[in-house]
Design a protein around this ligand. Structure first.
Ligand SMILES: [Zn+2]
Length: 189
């Protein structure tokens, strides 16, 4: 569905973790991760033209974060604060007034969901948002967790499949099932 036809007032666009480290060449590279950029740019441009709020989240870890394999966590070190790897992909059309959501900063736990202790749920309610459109990385980790939390928070949630990529194909298939089961719409085209 082209964004021009669907985006309307009371929508919000959530761009999850489109950072260099999750793209080819990055520290936690996702296959074709950068393929989400041109798709998301269309959504960002349209949301921007319509005055729909755009939230861009970023994984933003302190050095030696608990989620890193070096500390016994599941992931290679990635998205360390203020490094090039933690920067948004340079081709992403983030407008000047994009609202950044920073997560993964806690020393004692990881945060996959952009709603996990960020206050974003209340922020969207305050703005009277009803529908949330989500894309970004990775489909089976932070996008999945964020979409489920948005749904749990009472929003209508649409995941833009072409604007996401999974860490693994199996993980992606599992995530899409989980999202559909939760009543989330997967935009297939
Ligand atoms: Zn992380």
């Amino acid at each position: 569905m082209p964004p021009r036809e669907v985006l309307q007032p009371r929508d919000a666009l959530l761009v999850v973790d489109v950072q260099n480290d999750f793209c080819p060449g990055g520290a936690l590279s996702i296959e074709d991760g950068d393929a989400v950029v041109p798709v998301l740019n269309e959504w960002i441009d349209e949301a921007d033209a319509k005055g729909i709020p755009i939230y861009a989240s970023r994984d933003w870890h302190p050095q030696d974060h608990i989620s890193f394999q070096t500390q016994g966590g599941p992931w290679p070190p990635h998205c360390v604060q203020d490094t090039e790897g933690a920067a948004f992909h340079p081709a992403l059309h983030l407008p000047q007034h994009v609202i950044k959501v920073t997560k993964g900063v806690r020393f004692d736990q990881d945060q996959y969901s952009v709603f996990d202790q960020t206050g974003l749920l209340d922020e969207l309610k305050r703005r009277e948002v009803q529908r949330v459109w989500i894309g970004g990385l990775a489909q089976d980790v932070c996008v999945c967790a964020s979409a489920l939390d948005a749904r749990q928070g009472g929003f209508k949630v649409h995941v833009i499949k072409a604007a996401t990529r999974p860490v693994t194909a199996e993980g992606g298939a599992r995530a899409l099932r989980q999202l559909r089961d939760a009543g989330i719409v997967i935009e297939e085209d």
